[in-house]
Design a protein around this ligand. Structure first.
Ligand code: FES
Length: 164
Protein backbone atom coordinates (compact mmCIF):
# COMPACT_ATOMS: atom_id res chain seq x y z
CA UNK A 1 0.00 0.00 0.00
CA UNK A 2 1.22 3.47 -0.82
CA UNK A 3 1.40 5.45 2.39
CA UNK A 4 3.11 8.55 1.10
CA UNK A 5 0.03 10.71 1.31
CA UNK A 6 -1.45 9.00 4.35
CA UNK A 7 -2.15 11.46 7.11
CA UNK A 8 -1.82 10.45 10.69
CA UNK A 9 -5.20 9.60 12.15
CA UNK A 10 -6.17 11.91 14.98
CA UNK A 11 -8.60 10.56 17.56
CA UNK A 12 -9.52 14.17 18.35
CA UNK A 13 -10.62 14.64 14.75
CA UNK A 14 -12.53 11.34 14.82
CA UNK A 15 -14.25 12.33 18.06
CA UNK A 16 -15.18 15.65 16.52
CA UNK A 17 -16.85 13.83 13.61
CA UNK A 18 -18.51 11.25 15.87
CA UNK A 19 -19.74 13.98 18.13
CA UNK A 20 -21.23 15.90 15.20
CA UNK A 21 -23.16 12.77 14.27
CA UNK A 22 -24.10 12.17 17.92
CA UNK A 23 -22.29 8.81 18.07
CA UNK A 24 -25.31 7.22 16.37
CA UNK A 25 -24.79 4.01 14.48
CA UNK A 26 -27.62 5.06 12.14
CA UNK A 27 -25.22 7.80 10.97
CA UNK A 28 -22.44 5.35 10.17
CA UNK A 29 -22.40 6.04 6.42
CA UNK A 30 -22.27 9.81 6.96
CA UNK A 31 -19.51 9.35 9.55
CA UNK A 32 -17.45 7.26 7.14
CA UNK A 33 -18.04 9.80 4.36
CA UNK A 34 -16.76 12.57 6.58
CA UNK A 35 -13.70 10.57 7.60
CA UNK A 36 -12.97 9.83 3.95
CA UNK A 37 -13.32 13.51 3.14
CA UNK A 38 -10.78 14.27 5.86
CA UNK A 39 -8.16 11.64 4.96
CA UNK A 40 -9.11 10.94 1.31
CA UNK A 41 -9.65 7.31 2.28
CA UNK A 42 -10.73 5.23 5.27
CA UNK A 43 -7.69 4.41 7.38
CA UNK A 44 -7.94 1.07 9.15
CA UNK A 45 -7.29 2.62 12.57
CA UNK A 46 -10.15 5.08 11.99
CA UNK A 47 -12.57 2.25 11.23
CA UNK A 48 -11.46 0.34 14.33
CA UNK A 49 -11.91 3.48 16.42
CA UNK A 50 -15.40 4.13 15.05
CA UNK A 51 -16.31 0.48 15.63
CA UNK A 52 -15.36 0.72 19.29
CA UNK A 53 -17.13 4.05 19.84
CA UNK A 54 -20.56 3.34 18.38
CA UNK A 55 -22.86 1.27 20.54
CA UNK A 56 -23.85 -2.06 19.08
CA UNK A 57 -21.24 -1.99 16.32
CA UNK A 58 -17.92 -3.72 16.00
CA UNK A 59 -14.85 -2.84 13.95
CA UNK A 60 -15.70 -5.85 11.75
CA UNK A 61 -19.13 -4.39 10.97
CA UNK A 62 -17.64 -1.00 10.12
CA UNK A 63 -15.10 -2.69 7.88
CA UNK A 64 -17.90 -4.71 6.23
CA UNK A 65 -19.91 -1.56 5.49
CA UNK A 66 -16.84 0.25 4.18
CA UNK A 67 -15.98 -2.55 1.77
CA UNK A 68 -19.60 -2.97 0.61
CA UNK A 69 -19.97 0.57 -0.75
CA UNK A 70 -17.91 1.43 -3.81
CA UNK A 71 -17.73 5.09 -2.71
CA UNK A 72 -15.36 4.16 0.10
CA UNK A 73 -11.67 3.62 -0.47
CA UNK A 74 -9.50 1.66 1.92
CA UNK A 75 -6.37 2.97 0.26
CA UNK A 76 -5.08 6.54 0.21
CA UNK A 77 -6.27 8.53 -2.78
CA UNK A 78 -4.32 11.20 -4.56
CA UNK A 79 -5.14 14.88 -4.56
CA UNK A 80 -6.28 14.33 -8.13
CA UNK A 81 -8.58 11.35 -8.53
CA UNK A 82 -8.46 10.14 -12.10
CA UNK A 83 -11.29 7.93 -13.26
CA UNK A 84 -11.05 6.28 -16.64
CA UNK A 85 -14.33 4.99 -17.99
CA UNK A 86 -14.07 1.46 -19.26
CA UNK A 87 -17.68 1.00 -20.25
CA UNK A 88 -18.30 -0.54 -23.67
CA UNK A 89 -18.35 2.68 -25.71
CA UNK A 90 -15.21 4.02 -24.07
CA UNK A 91 -13.45 0.68 -24.29
CA UNK A 92 -14.19 0.40 -28.00
CA UNK A 93 -12.96 3.94 -28.58
CA UNK A 94 -9.65 3.47 -26.84
CA UNK A 95 -9.93 3.85 -23.07
CA UNK A 96 -7.26 1.20 -22.47
CA UNK A 97 -4.47 3.01 -24.34
CA UNK A 98 -5.43 6.15 -22.38
CA UNK A 99 -5.31 4.19 -19.12
CA UNK A 100 -1.92 2.75 -20.02
CA UNK A 101 -0.62 6.20 -20.96
CA UNK A 102 -1.66 7.47 -17.52
CA UNK A 103 0.01 4.52 -15.78
CA UNK A 104 3.20 5.19 -17.73
CA UNK A 105 3.09 8.93 -17.12
CA UNK A 106 2.57 8.48 -13.38
CA UNK A 107 4.99 5.60 -13.17
CA UNK A 108 2.39 3.36 -11.58
CA UNK A 109 3.37 -0.25 -11.16
CA UNK A 110 0.95 -3.12 -11.55
CA UNK A 111 -1.85 -2.78 -8.94
CA UNK A 112 -0.46 0.54 -7.69
CA UNK A 113 -3.36 2.98 -7.41
CA UNK A 114 -1.66 6.14 -6.19
CA UNK A 115 1.44 7.88 -7.52
CA UNK A 116 4.55 8.00 -5.34
CA UNK A 117 4.16 11.74 -4.79
CA UNK A 118 0.61 11.17 -3.55
CA UNK A 119 -0.77 13.58 -6.12
CA UNK A 120 -2.66 11.22 -8.41
CA UNK A 121 -4.76 8.14 -7.96
CA UNK A 122 -6.17 6.12 -10.79
CA UNK A 123 -9.14 3.84 -11.16
CA UNK A 124 -11.39 2.50 -13.87
CA UNK A 125 -15.12 2.95 -13.64
CA UNK A 126 -18.07 1.61 -15.56
CA UNK A 127 -20.19 3.72 -17.92
CA UNK A 128 -20.48 7.33 -16.77
CA UNK A 129 -23.48 7.99 -18.98
CA UNK A 130 -21.56 10.17 -21.41
CA UNK A 131 -20.94 7.59 -24.12
CA UNK A 132 -21.24 10.20 -26.88
CA UNK A 133 -18.03 11.74 -25.49
CA UNK A 134 -16.10 8.46 -25.36
CA UNK A 135 -13.47 7.78 -24.27
CA UNK A 136 -14.13 9.76 -21.13
CA UNK A 137 -11.79 10.56 -18.25
CA UNK A 138 -12.97 12.33 -15.10
CA UNK A 139 -10.53 14.12 -12.81
CA UNK A 140 -11.93 15.38 -9.50
CA UNK A 141 -15.38 15.49 -11.04
CA UNK A 142 -14.35 17.35 -14.20
CA UNK A 143 -15.14 15.51 -17.41
CA UNK A 144 -12.46 15.27 -20.10
CA UNK A 145 -14.15 14.06 -23.30
CA UNK A 146 -12.69 12.18 -26.28
CA UNK A 147 -9.40 11.57 -24.57
CA UNK A 148 -6.32 10.46 -26.45
CA UNK A 149 -2.96 9.40 -25.11
CA UNK A 150 -1.47 12.76 -26.17
CA UNK A 151 -4.32 14.75 -24.63
CA UNK A 152 -4.15 12.99 -21.26
CA UNK A 153 -0.41 13.59 -21.09
CA UNK A 154 -1.03 17.30 -21.64
CA UNK A 155 -3.77 17.35 -18.98
CA UNK A 156 -1.49 15.68 -16.42
CA UNK A 157 1.41 17.99 -17.31
CA UNK A 158 -0.88 20.98 -16.78
CA UNK A 159 -1.98 19.71 -13.38
CA UNK A 160 1.65 19.06 -12.41
CA UNK A 161 2.60 22.57 -13.48
CA UNK A 162 -0.21 24.04 -11.40
CA UNK A 163 1.07 22.11 -8.40
CA UNK A 164 4.71 23.18 -8.72
S1 FES B 1 -19.07 3.82 -21.77
FE1 FES B 1 -17.90 5.48 -21.05
S2 FES B 1 -19.39 6.99 -20.73
FE2 FES B 1 -20.55 5.29 -21.36
Amino acid sequence: MNTINSRKVSTNKLDEILNYYEYKKSNLIAILQKIQEEYRYLPEEAMIYVGTKLDGLSPATVFGVATFYAQFSLEPKGKFEIKVCDGTACHVRGSMPVLNAIRKKLNLKEDQLTSENGLFSLETVSCLGACGLAPVVVINGKVYPQMTTDAINIVIDTLLKEES
